[in-house]
Write a protein of this length. Structure first.
Length: 496
C-alpha cells in the first residue's frame, strides 16, 4: 500500500472497469461470492422479517445519525471530556499519516514490538499494519477472517467477512502452509472442516493473546455521554484484545459517535440483523476509560480519525454516507459486487457503500476513485436494505456529476473547484448535444425520423469513445417509428 494524501490506496490498482473485467473471469471467485452473498442475504431477510417495527427502527437510526452529524463538533467534545474523566487519553488525527504516527509512538513508548488487533476498518484505511512494520513492530490480526487475509498476504474483500473470496479448501491450504511462519503451526492432518479450521486458529491465536502487552482496536460506536466504546463481534477475539493487554489503543472514525445510551439501543437492534442475521451479537464488549479496579488495561488511548470525514460532512448530498454502520447488507444484495468481488474497488471499503464513501474520503483525482461512482447499475437494492436509509443511488449520481462536470467541493477543509476528470470530454459533449436537441422539438423529430430511416445501416458497436460502452452492452435497435410518430398515427386513426 501507499499513502498519498494520507489515504491508503493499493499500488498499481487499475480503474474499476479493468479490475472487474479480470475478476469476473475468475470462476472460483464468482462461485465463492455467489454462495456466500446469497446465503447471508436470505438469512438477513428472515431475521429482519421477525420485527414488525423494522421500518420505524430504520427511520429512528437515520434521524439519530443525521442529528449527530449536524452537531458533530458538540458530541465529539463531549466524548473527549467523558473519556478523559474516565482516565483515558484522547488524540486527534487529521489524516491517516498522523493517526499512524500517533499509534506507532504510543506502542514504541511501551517498549513492545508486538500488538494484537481486533478487526478495525479504520486501521485498514490508514495502513497501520504497514506503518508499524516499518517501525519494527509486528501486528497480529485476531479476527478469523482477518487472520486468513493476513496469512495469505491478501486484502480484505468484504466489510463483514474479509475473506469471503476464499473457500474452505483454500483456507486449509493457507493454514497448513503459513501458520508456522507467524507462530504456532497448524495441526498435522488438518482438514477443511469448519470446526477444525476454527480450532487451528484458536490454538494459533491463544499464544498471541497471552503474550501481547498492547492491543489495538476499532469501535462500532462511541457513546458521547459516558465516553464508552462498543465493539460487536461473533468470535470473542475482540474481548481478548480489549481486556488482556496492559495498553489499549482504539482508532475510530469521528462519525462513529452517538449521543446517548438510548440512541445506542436502536443500533444494537439494527446492526446484528443487518450484518450476521442474528437477533443479537454473541459478544458485545464495552469499555470506558481505565477500570478503577485494575481489571483491564492500565492505559487507554482513543485516536479520533478524520481523514476526509469533515470534507464529506460538508457535502449536503454525500454526507449521508457517514451514517454507515458497516453492516455490509448493501454488498450482499449488489449484483455488481457479487460478480466483481471486493478487490476490484481498490479500497478497504468495497461494494455500494465503498463506491460512495471512498471517492469522498480520498477525492476523485485518481482513475480508481473517479471510476467508483460508476460501479453500480443504480438498481436501488442497496438503499432498500440499508438499516440507516442511505440513498446510495442518489449519492452515486451526485458523484458521477462531480466526476464529469467538476465543481465545488471541500478538500482538506478548504473549498475548492474541482476540474472534470480526464476521459469524459466525449461524454460531456454528448450530453450538451442531447440537451440542445431536447430543447428543440423540431430538431428532435428530424433526428428520430433520420434514425428510423437509416436503421438498417447502424453498426452493432459504436465507434471511437463509444466502443467502451458497447464492449459490455448490446446496442439497442432503433424502432421503425418513434413513439411520437406512433402516437400521432394512432390518434389520427381514432385510437385513444
Amino acid at each position: 500500500m501507499s499513502s498519498g494524501a494520507g489515504d491508503s490506496t493499493y499500488l498499481g490498482m487499475p480503474a474499476f472497469p479493468r479490475a472487474a473485467a479480470t475478476a469476473v473471469r475468475d470462476t472460483t471467485l464468482r462461485g465463492n461470492l455467489r454462495h456466500a452473498t446469497h446465503t447471508i442475504r436470505a438469512k438477513r431477510a428472515r431475521a429482519v422479517a421477525e420485527l414488525s417495527d423494522w421500518a420505524e427502527l430504520r427511520a429512528a437510526a437515520k434521524a439519530v445519525k443525521d442529528r449527530t452529524l449536524r452537531h458533530l463538533d458538540h458530541y465529539l467534545m463531549q466524548l473527549e471530556d467523558a473519556v478523559t474523566a474516565a482516565g483515558g487519553t484522547v488524540h486527534w488525527a487529521a489524516d491517516a499519516a498522523e493517526a499512524n504516527r500517533i499509534v506507532t509512538g504510543l506502542v514504541q513508548a511501551t517498549g513492545e514490538r508486538e500488538v494484537v488487533k481486533v478487526k478495525s476498518m479504520a486501521t485498514q484505511e490508514t495502513g497501520l499494519n504497514e506503518a508499524l512494520e516499518a517501525a519494527g513492530i509486528r501486528a497480529y490480526e485476531t479476527d478469523l477472517a482477518e487472520l486468513i487475509v493476513q496469512l495469505g498476504e491478501d486484502r480484505p474483500s468484504h466489510l463483514l467477512v474479509p475473506a469471503i473470496h476464499r473457500n474452505r479448501g483454500e483456507i486449509r491450504e493457507l493454514f497448513a502452509r503459513e501458520m508456522g511462519r507467524w507462530g504456532r503451526p497448524a495441526p498435522e492432518g488438518l482438514t477443511d472442516a469448519p470446526a477444525e479450521l476454527a480450532e487451528a486458529a484458536r490454538l494459533h491465536l491463544r499464544e498471541k493473546f497471552l503474550r501481547a502487552r498492547v492491543g489495538v482496536s476499532g469501535a462500532n460506536f462511541m457513546v458521547a455521554e459516558t465516553g464508552t466504546l462498543v465493539v460487536v463481534e461473533s468470535e470473542g477475539n475482540g474481548r481478548m484484545c480489549l481486556t488482556l493487554p496492559e495498553t489499549l489503543i482504539s482508532v475510530v472514525g469521528i462519525e462513529k459517535v452517538v449521543p446517548t445510551w438510548r440512541d445506542l439501543e436502536v443500533f444494537l437492534q439494527l446492526l446484528p440483523r443487518s450484518s450476521t442475521a442474528e437477533r443479537m451479537n454473541p459478544y458485545t464488549s464495552m469499555w470506558t476509560g481505565v477500570p478503577e479496579d485494575g481489571d483491564g488495561p492500565r492505559e487507554f488511548h482513543l485516536v479520533l480519525l478524520d481523514n476526509g470525514r469533515t470534507d464529506t460532512l460538508a457535502d449536503e448530498v454525500g454526507r449521508q454516507a457517514l451514517r454507515c454502520i458497516r453492516c455490509s447488507a448493501c454488498l450482499n444484495v449488489c449484483p455488481v459486487y457479487e460478480r466483481a468481488g471486493g478487490h476490484a474497488y481498490g479500497s478497504v471499503y468495497p461494494g455500494p457503500i465503498g463506491a460512495i464513501l471512498t471517492p469522498q474520503l480520498r477525492g476523485t483525482g485518481s482513475a480508481v476513485d473517479a471510476s467508483l461512482p460508476y460501479a453500480s447499475t443504480l438498481c436501488g437494492a442497496c438503499y432498500e436494505v440499508c438499516p440507516v436509509a442511505i440513498d446510495i443511488p442518489d449519492v452515486l449520481v451526485h458523484l458521477r456529476e462531480r466526476v464529469v462536470e467538476g465543481g465545488e467541493a471541500v478538500r482538506n477543509g478548504v473549498r475548492v473547484t474541482l476540474r472534470p476528470a480526464k476521459g469524459h470530454a466525449a461524454e460531456r459533449a454528448a450530453m450538451r448535444a442531447a440537451r440542445w436537441a431536447l430543447d428543440r422539438p423540431a430538431v428532435l423529430r428530424a433526428g428520430q425520423r433520420l434514425a428510423a430511416r437509416t436503421r438498417r445501416l447502424h453498426p452493432g458497436r459504436l465507434p471511437g469513445p463509444g466502443r467502451a460502452w458497447t464492449d459490455t452492452r448490446t446496442l439497442p435497435e432503433v424502432p421503425e417509428e418513434s413513439f411520437r410518430l406512433w402516437w400521432q398515427r394512432t390518434r389520427e386513426g381514432g385510437t385513444r
